[in-house]
Design a protein around this ligand. Sequence first.
Ligand code: ADP
Ligand code: MG
Length: 328
Amino acid sequence: MKGNLDYKVGTKAADEVGELSRAFDRMTANLKKSRDELEAYSKGLEERVEHRTKELADKVKESEELRHASLNLLEDVNEAKNELEMAKKELQKTNRKLKVSNRELQDFVYVASHDLQEPIRKVSAFGQLLRDSLQGKLNEDEQENFAFMIDGASRMQQMIRDLLMYSRVSTKVKPAERVDLNEVIEDLRNIELAIQLEETAGTIHVPEPLLAVQADPSQMHQLLQNLVGNGLKYQRNGRRPEIVVRSSQEDDNTVRVEVEDNGIGIAEGNYDKIFVMFRRLHSLEEYEGTGIGLAVCKKIVDRHGGNIGVNSTMGGGSTFWFTLPAGG
Ligand SMILES: Nc1ncnc2c1ncn2[C@@H]1O[C@H](COP(=O)(O)OP(=O)(O)O)[C@@H](O)[C@H]1O
Ligand SMILES: [Mg+2]
């Protein structure tokens, strides 16, 4: 019985040991699994930390670069600002210089044309006296040479007169006032252009009363005298000049005036050139002139803040136009 019992006890103990050992094995296996998991987890964590650290480092580097770039940009902007400031100063300096040299040039033109008047008058007057007193004593060639000389002198006189007129547009300035252009045209008909109108049998037609402008009155006489005078002059032989003067109100408180003729016309390529001083499209044999008239017109209109120009068809007449402040 005891032996059996012993056997039984022995088997039970062995069972328990087996059980224990299996439990131990399971535990060991579990532990190993946990350790592996922990290891894997910590490795993953390490990798993630490393990755984040690298990401952060990249971000820091990026923002550092950005900061650098914006600093450079700021520097560039400042540099550009300085350059602009310098260019502005330079421009102001050049402007002042230009004003001074313009003034000097104006003074020079005035003094030169004014002082040249007297000697050229003498050349012309004494030349004519001499021609009269030598009448009949010169041969044909000598007479012709003499005529050339006197003609040259009187042309020079005319040029000097016109130059002086050009110079006086800015030196002899009267304050602007309301100018009735109808009266100006009436004066041109009866006084300034009376002879030319008679010689050419020309007419000045004003279909509708002209609007008033705000300007220097004597310069309005000069302006219209030059434009209408050209219309009478640049005409085909034998054709009667017909000039039409019109005005219209523009939106921006200015008046536009048009002087239309039925003359020879102007090629489009020459529209700008003719307003340049001494610029002529015709020889003296064809039409007399100094080439200063339209330069005077432009100077007058510029001075009043207006614009001037021309539209034309070759052979079909020209329309000169200008704008000036409205006279109210
Ligand atoms: N109404 C016009 N028709 C055709 N040509 C013109 C007219 N007005 C001016 N011109 C041309 O423009 C040139 C410049 O005119 P302007 O300055 O008045 O000088 P000028 O009449 O003394 O020659 C003239 O020589 C002429 O060739
Ligand atoms: Mg002229």
